[in-house]
Design a protein around this ligand. Structure first.
Ligand code: IMP
Ligand code: MG
Length: 208
């Protein structure tokens, strides 16, 4: 008996998707539309580097490291263990408003920080900075709370699409104009649990 194909994300069946994930998790090249871009080893090495730089720069400052849910949660879990100096960690959750999936720069706070920012050395950690609109909003809000300093680190930077200028203290990798998933980053809430960064090509994202 032939079972009806269940549409999964982006018009892929669950089976298509499972096969693609098995392939790119292994060392074989991904099926059409998928490509591993940044491996687990490359991520580990880069995060150790950034953690060492933060530990050096903030050695005596007891920084408050803030990350934006949900995309940055995997990065934060690894990065916090690579920071070897006293530090505190807090999370903010936001949702972007605006037509379609494009960020509009209009952001609503869904979960605020639990820590008072005033007089603190605040370091915001992002998974990816694309247009910069979302982060720009978060930075404006934090600045109004009078931190002693405010800086930004991002694992991935896609400068080609930047709409607002943002000063970045730590950057992991510069990305070309490709849509990526994994290591916390999602496509329609999926693929956050891939342990590496993969490109999802337009032939997949355009299926739906
Ligand atoms: P921005 O406001 O345009 O800089 O958008 C930043 C947010 O959009 C990131 O924190 C991600 O949540 C999401 N985003 C941007 N590019 C990608 C991508 O390639 N894959 C998954 N999410 C992305
Ligand atoms: Mg994000």
């Amino acid at each position: 008996m032939v079972l009806p194909r269940q549409p999964g994300v982006a018009g892929l069946t669950d089976d298509d998707e499972r096969i693609a994930l098995v392939a790119i998790r292994g060392n074989s090249p991904g099926p059409a539309g998928w490509q591993k871009l940044i491996s687990e080893d490359q991520l580990r090495e880069k995060i150790a580097e950034i953690g060492a730089a933060i530990s050096r720069d903030y050695a005596c400052l007891n920084p408050l490291v803030v990350s934006v849910l949900k995309g940055s949660v995997v990065l934060m879990a690894d990065l916090m263990r690579a920071i070897t100096v006293p530090a505190r960690f807090d999370f903010i959750a936001i949702s972007s408003y605006g037509p379609g999936q494009r960020p509009s720069g209009v952001v609503r706070i869904m979960k605020d920080l639990e820590t008072n920012v005033e007089g603190q050395h605040v370091l915001v950690i992002e998974d990816i900075i694309d247009t910069g609109l979302t982060l720009n909003y978060v930075l404006k809000m934090l600045r109004q709370r009078h931190p002693a300093s405010l800086a930004v680190g991002t694992l991935l930077n896609r400068p080609a699409r930047r709409l607002v200028d943002i000063d970045l203290k730590y950057v992991g990798f510069d990305l070309p104009d490709k849509f990526v998933v994994g290591y916390g980053l999602d496509y329609r809430q999926k693929y956050r649990n891939l342990p590496f960064i993969a490109e999802l090509k337009p032939e997949i994202t355009a299926l739906n």
